[in-house]
Design a protein around this ligand. Structure first.
Ligand SMILES: NC(=O)c1ccc[n+]([C@@H]2O[C@H](COP(=O)([O-])OP(=O)(O)OC[C@H]3O[C@@H](n4cnc5c(N)ncnc54)[C@H](O)[C@@H]3O)[C@@H](O)[C@H]2O)c1
Length: 333
């Protein structure tokens, strides 16, 4: 197989970007798309020159020539749709988070065995995040005592009206913490190569008439004792720079996503490593990484099992926000 025939399932917001960057990944051929909204699927197919259109996912799995599926559907559908694709022996590139809840993720990991299921936490392929992670993993910064993550983003009411599933815990699993914050918390836990052991969270909805959190603060402690504090917001008046700061015993690393993704090292002389795929954008590199995993067995940075720690941390923070106390985090089935 020299090209990957990929079916896009869910022709909404992120699928549009993925279809766009897929044009820059020569091994990817968009062979089919699927959406329960027929008009949306047809418009998407036309715009992206996709030859086959489906409105029924099971029919796509049974009859299409796709080698793999990219799932860009609401969170509450991830569990069943990943399972169905595994049963159909299709490798899966599922949008983050792996599932809506930690319990679903634990069950899914047991069920999928060694099937190729990757999760699109694409910031692992961001040039700055990758360099930060490799610096931490190399030990050059020494033990990381403390990390601080800030995601001061902005959303309009149209974000919830255009995709109403974002509004409820039953459909989304949560709000800004699981949807946006989990991207960068995932980078931190992956960089540390650590599991969370306890979490505290305080989430609120200071803006928007929705059930889910639109502002979240929290602290996660890892097995080796790093404290990670995270602030995730979609209520910032003007969207600001995302930062990840890592404070180690020998040096400091500061990541910022603006004006372009970059990392600065202070107190330690570190060569910045580049992500293992070429590309102009992290989403492109992540898709290229998944494609190379399926076609050439090249290790992919985001296999499903490696995203359990972030879901466990998020779950702990949500539970703690209800009880008001620090809670243990358990990754075991
Ligand atoms: N990686 C990123 O940076 C990033 C950015 C945005 C969203 N996402 C993730 O992508 C996923 C989708 O988010 P979105 O913002 O694109 O949502 P969206 O609501 O814009 O799109 C979802 C699409 O799925 C379709 N759909 C629903 N049920 C379906 C079914 N059974 N079969 C086929 N299609 C179905 C909907 O009609 C809709 O078109 C979520 O997991 C989200 O967290 C990731």
């Amino acid at each position: 197989m020299t090209k990957l025939n990929l079916a896009i399932v869910g022709c909404g917001d992120i699928a549009g970007f993925t279809a766009l960057v897929s044009k820059l990944v020569p091994q990817v051929n968009l062979s089919a798309c699927c959406d329960v909204n027929k008009e949306r699927a047809e418009t998407f197919a036309k715009k992206n020159r996709i030859p086959k259109v489906y409105t029924d996912y099971n029919e796509l799995l049974e009859t299409s020539q796709a080698d793999a599926v990219y799932l860009a559907v609401p969170h509450y559908l991830h569990y069943e749709m990943v399972l169905a694709a595994v049963k159909a022996s299709k490798p899966i590139f599922v949008e983050k988070p792996l599932t809506r809840t930690l319990d679903e993720a634990k069950k899914l990991i047991q069920a999928i065995g060694d099937a190729k299921v990757g999760v699109n936490y694409q910031y692992r392929y961001d040039s700055g995040c990758y360099a930060l992670a490799r610096a931490i993993q190399s030990g050059a910064l020494g033990n990381i005592h403390s990390m601080r993550i800030n995601i001061p983003w902005h959303r309009e009411q149209s974000y919830f009206e255009g995709a109403a599933w974002h509004k409820t815990i039953a459909h989304a699993g949560g709000g800004t913490l699981i949807t946006q914050g989990s991207h960068f918390l995932d980078v931190a836990l992956w960089a540390l190569d650590e599991d969370p052991v306890s979490a505290m969270g305080y989430v609120k909805t200071p803006r928007f008439e929705v059930e889910v959190d639109t502002l979240a603060h929290g602290i996660v402690e890892t097995r080796r004792g790093t404290l990670i504090s995270v602030v995730s917001s979609m209520v910032t008046a003007n969207e600001q720079t995302v930062t990840i700061e890592a404070y180690g015993e020998h040096g400091t690393a500061i990541y910022a996503d603006r004006p372009f993704p970059h990392v600065k090292f202070i107190g330690a002389n570190i060569k910045k490593e580049r992500p293992p795929e070429w590309g102009v954008h992290a989403l492109q590199r992540s898709l290229a990484g998944f494609t190379n995993w399926v076609l050439n067995d090249k290790p992919f940075l985001i296999p499903a099992v490696s995203t359990l720690p972030v879901l466990a941390a998020v779950d702990g923070m949500y539970r703690s926000s209800v009880t008001g106390s620090r809670l243990q985090v358990n990754l075991q089935p």
